[in-house]
Design a protein around this ligand. Structure first.
Ligand code: ATP
Length: 239
């Protein structure tokens, strides 16, 4: 549909000779959260890697604002507002909180806005503000998650690709993370593609649910339908 921030058309990708994604179509309107759900090995992480430019598609197209991203280097994708928070989060244990956050703004030319964005992240995540000089490896799992998200946010992304943010986190921290995503969507118009094993939490916050199975999109539907329609839930999510 015209006006989607992110579109994938007939996307295929894999690792070397091993195909993983097949014929993936998806559309994510700006200012919405799409939850990508599905069993282990369904291809969710591979989808995110392909969308963020880490993996090159073997077929199909990815469009950002209707513009084909083919051949766009990762650095250019970041400049165009695509931020990827990978599974495992990629926090650098030997750097301080502040240094990790600054990495997210290294490429930005507008230094005064980068400084403002850093302040905003500290306001959003108070525990990071009080641990500025702590090393990454001294943080708890929840704090590392905050730091990874914060590092993406200092780049003021338009599209956040978020892989398994709830992995290993206490339910309270998961709930806080989901609430934060909703707040960012509502207050700043951030668009989020969220890969989650925690289906209920993801659907609670998402606008759209994208169910993957064996490297394909089995169903893309409004999250409210997936929440409320028990038959659909049984058929596609098994609960
Ligand atoms: P999970 O929730 O377990 O992370 P997923 O839905 O994210 O699952 P992927 O991690 O995308 O699924 O994996 C999809 C398929 O690709 C699996 O069969 C996996 O074994 C394979 N795969 C993933 N990473 C690689 C890799 N680096 N090299 C080769 N095959 C891989």
């Amino acid at each position: 549909m015209a006006g989607d921030l992110l579109t994938a058309e007939a996307l295929a990708a894999g690792y070397g000779p091993v195909p993983v994604l097949h014929d993936v179509d998806l559309r994510v309107p700006p200012g919405t959260i799409a939850a990508v759900i599905g069993a282990n090995g369904a291809g969710k992480t591979t989808l995110l890697r392909t969308l963020s430019g880490m993996l090159r598609p073997t077929a199909g197209r990815i469009l950002l604002d209707g513009r084909d991203l083919r051949g766009t280097p990762v650095e250019q994708l970041v400049r165009r507002g695509v931020a990827h928070v990978p599974e495992g989060r990629g926090v650098i244990g030997e750097l301080t909180v502040e240094e990790n956050l600054r990495l997210g703004a290294l490429w930005r030319r507008d230094r005064s806005d980068a400084a403002r964005a850093l302040d905003e992240v500290y306001q959003l995540f108070e525990p990071l503000a009080s641990r500025r000089r702590h090393l990454g490896h001294q943080l708890s799992g929840g704090e590392r998650q905050m730091l990874a998200l914060g590092r993406a946010l200092v780049g003021r992304p338009r599209l956040l690709l978020l892989d398994e943010p709830s992995l290993g986190l206490a339910p309270r921290v998961v709930a806080q993370t989901m609430a934060l995503l909703r707040q960012l969507r509502d207050d700043t118009g951030l668009t989020v593609l969220l890969v989650e094993q925690n289906v209920r939490s993801a659907l609670a916050v998402a606008d759209q649910g994208i169910v993957m199975s064996l490297g394909r999109v089995a169903l893309a539907a409004p999250a409210a339908r997936l929440r409320d329609d028990a038959d659909l839930r049984h058929a596609y999510l098994g609960f």
